[in-house]
Design a protein around this ligand. Structure first.
Ligand SMILES: C[S@@+](CC[C@H](N)C(=O)[O-])C[C@H]1O[C@@H](n2cnc3c(N)ncnc32)[C@H](O)[C@@H]1O
Length: 328
């Protein structure tokens, strides 16, 4: 059944990026249907360990089945922003050899109309990745004021006609509340001027609502900061993003963490001292640039077209505390 499948994207690239050691400890922060997890497990020996995280209850149920058949695997129902808490509970802070975040929605989430992510299939206005969360797309559309709606469409959807769309939604909900995805998509499309486009006109606003409902950008920022704390020296971080807002966050985070302390040019320091201080504060080293799906993968899985993988390695911990004490 198509609704139950998810083809893992950039699979080989992730396995290479993670540099899997047979007895290592790995975290798949976005278990989904376990496509990546199962391949990571196939590279682990009997003493290796993989912890899957997902906030979707259906994904967690699939993870529980896998955990029952493989003692090296365990699954936690949690947003990945709790990565540090999870690792603290498991006594894994500073001991994780690799983390994968394949962010965004899974194919089953998109394909099951009742999850309310899609405008192609009519369903309830939901879009919650975690079915136990309180805020749904219906809540956002019914309760946010016009300014707040315009803001999310503009910032999270990069929608040019954000204000027009927000106004149309507020006008329409005064008469009749929105309950279904198609109804909302039609009102959004009607508010955007111009001829029909190959991509549905509501695409950007749907993306924006999804990001808002699931706090996707905050989730990502928190998880990246936690990853640096929980990775072991030389541990690898692989992040797959699916749109430019997410990729920008990953790219900028990697850049900042690999550059370390930025010392103003007027401070008189030797080149050697500058490099020493940079290395003392940098936490990541970039491993290659942005990776995209090959033509072969694109032909096999259309959803891989917008995937971008970025890999970084945790630099060995530097004695920055001793550096600080020497300077005192
Ligand atoms: C693209 S799918 C991952 C698919 C998976 N790699 C596979 O091969 O089956 C993304 C998954 O991550 C989950 N997810 C997205 N954001 C999350 C977050 N902030 N915390 C926890 N899970 C999240 C979604 O519920 C979904 O199941």
């Amino acid at each position: 059944m198509a609704a139950l499948t998810h083809i893992p994207v950039l699979l080989q690239e992730c396995l290479t990026g993670l540099q899997i050691k047979a007895d290592g400890v790995y975290i798949d922060g976005t278990f989904g249907r376990g496509g990546h997890s199962r391949q990571i497990l196939s590279k682990l020996g009997p003493n290796g360990r993989l912890i899957g995280l997902d906030r979707d209850l259906t994904a967690v149920a699939v993870g529980e089945e896998l955990a029952a058949s493989d003692p090296r695997f365990s699954i936690v129902h949690t947003p990945f922003s709790r990565l540090l808490d999870v690792c603290t509970d498991l006594d894994l802070v500073g001991r994780v050899d690799g983390i994968l975040l394949d962010i965004g929605v899974s194919s089953p989430q998109l394909d099951e109309a009742e999850r309310g992510f899609s405008f192609d299939k009519d369903g309830p206005l939901d879009m919650r990745m975690d079915q136990s969360a309180e805020k749904s797309a219906a809540t956002v559309v019914a309760t946010y004021d016009e300014k707040a709606l315009a803001y999310i469409f503009k910032v999270y959807g990069e929608e040019r006609f954000a204000s027009k769309v927000a106004r149309a939604i507020v006008k329409r909900r005064e008469v009749q509340p929105f309950t279904t995805t198609k109804d909302l998509a039609n009102v959004i499309a009607g508010a955007i001027p111009g001829k029909p486009t190959p991509k549905h006109k509501a695409t950007r606003c749907f993306q924006a609502l999804r990001i808002e409902v699931n706090s996707e950008l905050e989730e990502l920022k928190t998880a990246l900061a936690s990853a640096v704390q929980v990775l072991a020296p030389h541990g690898r971080l692989c992040v797959i993003s699916f749109h430019s807002l997410e990729d920008r966050i990953v790219k900028n985070f990697y850049r900042e963490q690999s550059q370390g302390e930025q010392i103003p040019p007027h401070i008189p320091l030797t080149q050697e001292e500058l490099e020493r201080r940079r290395l003392a504060s940098a936490t990541l080293e970039l491993v290659g640039g942005a990776q995209k799906a090959s033509d072969e993968e694109l032909n096999a899985n259309v959803r891989s077209r917008s995937a971008t993988l970025r890999v970084a390695e945790r630099l060995p911990y530097t004695p920055s505390s001793s550096l600080a004490s020497k300077e005192e």
